[in-house]
Design a protein around this ligand. Structure first.
Ligand SMILES: CC(C)(COP(=O)(O)OP(=O)(O)OC[C@H]1O[C@@H](n2cnc3c(N)ncnc32)[C@H](O)[C@@H]1OP(=O)(O)O)[C@@H](O)C(=O)NCCC(=O)NCCS
Length: 189
């Protein structure tokens, strides 16, 4: 049986995507627990965020999933400031929930997460060789919906789901491998 590839270090025009490591917990704990980041995340994110929650997530949730080949996790850093963690993006081997991300608010509205998504989508389709990528998001999460829309994804289903904010209208979006390859060719990436 072929081994499942681990998350490699990825580079984009402005970002370094560094595979998640235990020492990242401290910066995640400092950067992540803000209402504007967590309000549209799944209800399994504890809120208020306990003081050891990032360490628990990194060591007991993310890294075990990565070791078992069912999750790929990267910290986001600007290339010119690689010591500073500004967000996280992950790919997951879960039904209708293959990608998650967050970015520090002061880094938003510059296209950085779209850039990170292009890199991890490419890993999903060309290295992991998956046929479809599906994501779930709250209907009220305009920033995330806009990102999906701009990147060639399609809305395929609506449902209710539990978020940190409570029960909300939720959407499942998808892009197939063929659609991704067309987007990639059109973008010249
Ligand atoms: C979802 C989230 C990552 C989106 O961040 P973002 O910075 O808006 O995402 P993008 O990288 O797609 O950037 C788009 C914005 O950058 C602008 N932009 C500037 N240069 C750009 C470029 N080269 N390419 C694309 N967009 C660009 C766009 O116009 C848009 O601005 P606007 O929001 O003012 O309209 C962010 O809102 C977040 O972390 N939210 C909290 C966590 C969360 O909800 N995660 C998703 C759960 S489903």
């Amino acid at each position: 049986m072929t081994a499942i590839p681990a998350a490699p270090e990825l580079h984009t025009e402005r970002l370094l995507l560094k595979p998640l490591a235990p020492e990242d917990a401290e910066q995640i704990q400092q950067t992540f627990p803000r209402w504007e980041i967590v309000r549209y995340l799944v209800a399994s994110v504890p809120w208020p965020y306990p003081p050891d929650a990032a360490r628990h997530y990194v060591n007991n949730v993310a890294l075990p999933a990565a070791a078992e080949g069912r999750g790929w996790f990267w910290t986001l850093r600007r290339r010119e400031a690689p010591a500073q963690l500004i967000g996280v993006i992950c790919l997951l081997d879960e039904p209708d929930n293959n990608r998650g991300f967050w970015l520090a608010p002061e880094q938003q509205h510059q296209g950085l997460m779209s850039e990170a998504c292009r890199a991890v989508n490419d890993f999903w389709f060309t290295v992991l060789d998956r046929k479809v990528l599906r994501v779930a998001k709250a209907q009220a999460n305009d920033a995330s919906r806009n990102l999906s829309n701009r990147s060639g994804m399609r809305l395929i289903r609506r449902e209710k789901k539990q978020y940190v904010s409570g029960e909300l209208d939720s959407e499942v979006w998808e892009i197939t491998r063929d659609e991704w390859l067309q987007v990639k060719q059109a973008d010249g990436v």
